[in-house]
Design a protein around this ligand. Structure first.
Ligand code: UTP
Length: 407
């Protein structure tokens, strides 16, 4: 993109201030900026002007497949899911493009060492969880790892250095998600440097469109993969490519599934599965009204009781048919380091603007069917979000030890 084209693009979306320092930059910096302008989608910034979040549809409870029912049909489900794995129909997608700001480490979250007497990296733990299934099935499973501009180089170098933790490296594929500009409260993009727009990963909702753009879906199709198990980097206890989970979805003839856990308390901060206008959906904890929190089902149990843990199965061909549909954008208030008008670097201590993200949980609403599949919290949910306290390295270590994992 040349200067004239960049000027035109920015003028259309009201972001001409991005070129304010252009004349003072050297040739390389000028080109870096023009390239970044070409690659950035500024249309997201227009939504900052709409103050009201999009209204939700009509929310009603959804029935989950609970532990007792799963136990009863476990063998059937296991056989169905295992056959699909052996037939090469299953792939896994690790979402690792996030910034992990709450953990406060500069490195990718997966590089965090949770070991006590030996090294045990989060990535290592996840790969070994997946290897439980590759060994049991005698089948290699393609793993697609999503990174972002902020952590791609460090992540790929770490896998190489660690020899892919014993996984066949021909079955691990890295791809990068897109970045979105961060802005002030008026929707004006912040600049990180005179030649660099302040950008951040655009949320975990764009994973499939990034898989398409980066050619990952070609690998997927060549391998005959029909089902993708998508999971977060931070849950060190989760089961990946779980045959029983997939078998239950196949048995029901559904298009997706979500692992869920019973909420620990009515006001626990997790999104819960529901129906929205008759479609499977996820309602965020802050969207639950008092009435919804108190509502019970015919068994007398809370009606909105199953929290999501970011472990989903999606039918890939269905995702392809939906690829053109846009996900809603979420505006998140954040502290955004930037340069001011005179070019001085500002590192704010309080929020000063917005980041724009699309979320994977909104993909569930696009599916006609989704199976909420209950798992035991203590056995499958140990997320590492914070340094200490709830959902922290400490709590995850305790849960790992309870499950017999040597640290
Ligand atoms: P979180 O919502 O916990 O976000 O991500 P985060 O960026 O990792 O952490 P904080 O909020 O800054 O502390 C849930 C999952 O989605 C992935 C994360 O890597 C994690 O596996 N994710 C999140 C992405 O892959 N890309 C994103 O843009 C955001």
């Amino acid at each position: 993109m040349n200067y004239k084209e960049a000027y035109k693009k920015l003028e259309t979306c009201n972001q001409l201030h991005i070129l304010n320092h252009y004349e003072t930059l050297d040739k390389t910096q000028q080109q870096t900026l023009l390239d970044e302008i070409a690659l950035t989608d500024f249309s997201v910034l227009a939504i900052s002007k709409k103050k009201e979040p999009a209204a939700r549809g009509f929310i009603t409870p959804i029935e989950a497949m609970e532990l007792a029912e799963i136990e009863e049909k476990k063998e059937t489900y296991q056989a169905l899911g295992m056959q699909a794995i052996k037939d090469g129909k299953v792939g896994a997608v690790l979402l690792a493009g996030g910034m992990g700001t709450r953990l406060g480490s500069d490195q990718p979250k997966g590089m965090y060492n949770i070991g006590l007497t030996k090294n045990l990296y989060i990535f290592e733990r996840l790969i070994h969880n997946l290897m439980d299934i590759t060994k049991e099935s005698g089948t290699n499973i393609h793993l697609f790892v999503m990174t972002s501009d902020k952590n791609h180089v460090a992540t790929t170098a770490f896998f190489e250095e660690q020899n892919y933790f014993g996984y066949d490296k021909n079955y691990i594929h890295f791809f990068q998600q897109e970045m979105a500009p961060a802005s002030d409260y008026n929707g004006k993009a912040y600049m990180e440097k005179p030649w660099k727009i302040a950008t951040s990963p655009n949320g975990n909702g764009g994973w499939f469109s990034s898989m398409i753009k980066s050619g990952m879906t070609n690998i997927m199709k060549q391998a005959g993969i029909e089902w993708l198990n998508v999971f977060a980097v931070d849950n060190v206890l989760q089961r990946i490519a779980d045959p029983v989970f997939l078998g239950a979805i196949l048995d029901k003839n559904y298009l997706s599934g979500s692992k869920v856990i019973k909420k620990a308390a009515p006001d626990e901060k997790v999104g819960v599965m529901c129906l929205e206008n008759g479609h499977p959906s996820i309602v965020e904890y802050y969207e639950l009204t008092e009435e919804m929190k108190k509502k019970t089902n015919e068994k007398g149990e809370p009606a909105y009781n199953f929290g999501v843990i970011l472990n989903y199965f999606f039918h890939a061909p269905t995702l392809e048919t939906l690829a053109k549909k846009e996900l809603p954008l979420h505006i998140v208030e954040k502290k955004i380091p930037h340069i001011d008008e005179s070019g001085n670097y500002v590192n704010p201590q309080t929020p000063n603007g917005y980041k724009y993200e699309s979320l994977i949980l909104d993909m569930i609403y696009m599916m006609d069917t989704c199976l909420p599949f209950e798992v035991i919290r203590e056995k499958e949910f140990a997320p590492i979000k914070n340094k200490t306290g709830v959902d922290s390295v400490e709590s995850a270590r305790m849960l790992l030890q309870k499950n017999g994992v040597e640290l």
